[in-house]
Each structure stands twice: as structure tokens, then as C-alpha cells.
Design a binder for this molecule. Structure first.
Ligand code: BYC
Length: 315
């Protein structure tokens, strides 16, 4: 169907004109966006949990305040993303039902435990670092509400990454025990961080179509390679070692070659059998149940305000 202002959907995509909620769009485009944006939103709110584990044990008041602010940002990212998904005609309740029933996916990375304080550094540095690499191109995604939400999210993620790197830097330049702790966190988070980018392009079911629709701008493997190139250099600054014996600079390609990813582990985690999948889902469900009175109170307040406004208009 042709839109008089910008031409049809395909033309808008070809001309990099964003698709907006009221525009005509193919059903599959809408479905893909709901899938990706909601998975992303779920990842943000599940991603609050491994860090929440360390709020009461942060080593100083400053560290605690920073960690709290970061976790709060992630809750905010979830809200922007759920709102963006809602513009596609799905309700937040439907999306949360899918999360709570275990039907919806969220990022594999958040099913790993945060065992020491150094994990707060590794999560910020590696997990948020991988997230930025993946999300900066999404600021140019073809769907307007998603692209605009990503702009603010990326700015905040960038601060998160730096605070993570700073924690790692302090530990890596500290006592022998602290350095060991930093190395151990790097060892445990490195491979799961590489898995965050998703399966190899040859095994990725959605990439080809999502790139045609300009939702995704860069493929899973290309983003992963960019991440390795940048992060290996940062590891050198820390004086730590990437846990990959096959990692080697390749002068011909101008990129690092790196070892094989354990895809069996990745799919096992995605299917719900990772170290913390059960715990994460239980925590989200409990938070939803405990929050019922807050939702009810907010609705009652909103209805009261609406009634007062209507009465004023009528008077
Ligand atoms: N974990 O065809 P593919 C954050 C699934 S939050 C689980 O390549 P696509 C942060 C994939 O869904 C980080 N599942 O998929 C928060 C698909 O299954 P379905 C989250 C994964 O969508 C707090 C199947 O595998 N970021 O930044 O083209 C603190 C085949 O994959 C994963 C986003 O969500 C995975 N890692 O590409 C700190 C960004 N990877 O859905 C940080 C937005 C793949 O067909 N999302 N799968 O059943 C994306 O950019 C893309 O969805 C992905 C995957 C690159 C993740």
C-alpha cells in the first residue's frame, strides 16, 4: 500500500526514513520488532539481578551509590524498551506474561552467577561493552521508537562500561589477591560475553531479513569481531590475560583471530538450563507479585487524577 508522503514501506526502508507506529508495515516486520525489542527489554530487567546481588556488599559508599545508579538505569532501559514495543500493538502485560512463563528469551549472559566484587567490574566492562557494540548500530534501526530509545540507552551504557573498566583497573593494579580476583572474573565472563552477540551468521535465523529491513545494521559475527579487537587492547592496559590460547593478531585481516565458542553451552543456557536461569525467573516472578500493590495504587491514583481533571473541564 502506498503512503502519499513517503512512498511505501520498502521505499522508506531504502531511503532510510524511519517507520513510525501508525505507518503501514508488513506483519513479519512488526513481529520481528516485538520479538527483538521485548527480548531486549527483558534482558535489561533480568540484567539488574546479578548486580543487585552485590549492592549490600559493595566495598565503599561510593561504589554502592554508583552500582545502585547503574542498576536503576537498567530498570529505566527496560521501561523505554517496553514502551517502544507497546507502540507495535502488544501490551506490557502480554510481554511480561511471556517472560514469567519462560516463553520469552532474554540475553544468555544474565544466567551466569556474580561470584565476587570483581564480577561487577567484569560485567560493566565486558557485558556493557558488548551491549554498546551491539546497540550503537541500533540507534539507526529503521523503527523510529526503537532507534530513539537506543540513543539514550547507549549514552548510559557508555558510562556503565567505563565504571566497570575502572573497577577492573583498580583491582588489576592492586594487591596480588585483587589482581587474581580480576583475572578470575575475566576468565569467567569472557566467553559468555562473546556469546551475547548470538550465533554465527551462518546459523543466525533472523539476521538476513533483519538486515534487509535495516533493523540490524551489522551482523552478529562482525560485531563480535569488533568487540574482540577493542577489548583485547583494553585487557593489555589492565595487564590481564584473555582466556583464549588461540587468540592471535592476524596482520592480513587486520583483526584478532580467536578460539572456537562453545555453542553447546550457549544453546543450553538459551534453552533454560544455564547456572542461574531458574533463579533469575523466580526472582522476576517474585518481584512482579510483590509489586502488585504498587501497580494497584498507581492505577487508583491515575484514575483519581483523571476524574478530577474531567470534573474541572465539566465545571
Ligand atoms: N541470548 O537469529 P539470531 C544489556 C537467540 S541487555 C539469548 O542471530 P537476532 C544489558 C535469538 O533471539 C543485552 N538468545 O537472532 C542489560 C534467536 O531466537 P528467536 C541484550 C539469543 O535477533 C543489563 C536465536 O537465538 N541486548 O545490554 O537476529 C546490564 C537465533 O539468533 C542470544 C539486546 O537484546 C543471546 N545472547 O540477533 C548490562 C540487543 N543471541 O528470537 C547490559 C537487541 C541470539 O528467533 N537484540 N539469541 O527465538 C539484538 O541485537 C539481537 O536480537 C541479537 C540476536 C544480536 C541479540
Amino acid at each position: 500500500m502506498v503512503d502519499a508522503i513517503h512512498g511505501d514501506f520498502e521505499q522508506k526502508i531504502a531511503n532510510d526514513i524511519t517507520i513510525e507506529p501508525r505507518d503501514t508495515m508488513p506483519d513479519d516486520y512488526r513481529k520481528t520488532l516485538i520479538r527483538q525489542i521485548s527480548q531486549h527489554a527483558h534482558s535489561e530487567i533480568v540484567g539488574m539481578l546479578p548486580e543487585g546481588n552485590w549492592v549490600t556488599r559493595a566495598p565503599s559508599l561510593r561504589r554502592k551509590a554508583v552500582l545502585l545508579a547503574k542498576i536503576q538505569d537498567e530498570g529505566g532501559h527496560g521501561l523505554y524498551l517496553y514502551s517502544a514495543a507497546e507502540t507495535l500493538g502488544v501490551t506490557r502485560d502480554e510481554l511480561l506474561d511471556q517472560l514469567h512463563s519462560g516463553k520469552a528469551k532474554y540475553s544468555s549472559i544474565f544466567n551466569y552467577p556474580s561470584l565476587t566484587w570483581a564480577d561487577m567490574g567484569a560485567i560493566g566492562w565486558l557485558v556493557d561493552g558488548a551491549a554498546i557494540m551491539n546497540q550503537v548500530p541500533l540507534c539507526r534501526a529503521s523503527y523510529g521508537p526503537y532507534a530513539r530509545a537506543m540513543v539514550r540507552i547507549c549514552k548510559e551504557e557508555s558510562f556503565h562500561q567505563r565504571q566497570g573498566f575502572e573497577i577492573m583497573h583498580v583491582l588489576a593494579k592492586g594487591t596480588e589477591v585483587q589482581k587474581k580476583m580480576a583475572q578470575d572474573a575475566l576468565n569467567r565472563w569472557w566467553w559468555p560475553a562473546l556469546m551475547m552477540f548470538g550465533p554465527h551468521d551462518s546459523d543466525s535465523t533472523n539476521t538476513e531479513q533483519s538486515m534487509k529491513w535495516r533493523i540490524k545494521r551489522i551482523s552478529n559475527d562482525d560485531l563480535r569481531r569488533k568487540f574482540v579487537d577493542v577489548t583485547v587492547e583494553q585487557t593489555k592496559v589492565l595487564g590481564l590475560t584473555v582466556p583464549d590460547k588461540d587468540l592471535m593478531w592476524n596482520a592480513e585481516t587486520g583483526h584478532y583471530d580467536f578460539g572456537a565458542i562453545n555453542w553447546a553451552e550457549f544453546w543450553n543456557v538459551v534453552k533454560g538450563n544455564g547456572p542461574c536461569n531458574k533463579q533469575r525467573l523466580e526472582a522476576r516472578k517474585a518481584a512482579w507479585q510483590k509489586g502488585e500493590w504498587v501497580r494497584e495504587a498507581a492505577m487508583a491514583h491515575a484514575e483519581k487524577r483523571k476524574a478530577r481533571k474531567e470534573a474541572l473541564v465539566a465545571a
